[in-house]
Design a protein around this ligand. Sequence first.
Ligand code: ZN
Length: 126
Amino acid sequence: MSSSSARIRTRAFIRQSGRCYYCRCLMWNDIIGLTAMAKNFALPLRQVRYLQCTAEHLNPRMNGGSNSHRNIVAACRTCNARRHRAKAPRDPISHQRHVQNRMRRKKWHPAWVYESAICAVQGNCF
Ligand SMILES: [Zn+2]
């Protein structure tokens, strides 16, 4: 990934207060590193690794989506991958609704996510 894409991803991360665009969980990246996050939440690295911040193209690159900051949000690896892995990928708003619905029922991430303060379900983000 070019440094300009990395910058756009970092800006999205800051704009979203470090939370995933879809599931609202806290993520790690080059600002809040994996080790620091694991330490802050007293979780093993192998679990926290799972919540890596990625650049999510709202309009996918394969459909001509650009690398502009308007087309990029910060999403955790899971939410990003699951949207694009679907046979008929949902549009971003439908995916957000789908993920938040599953989050409320605690059926999106592994159980440890819901038990930690990483998850906004315990708070009032939803
Ligand atoms: Zn997510």
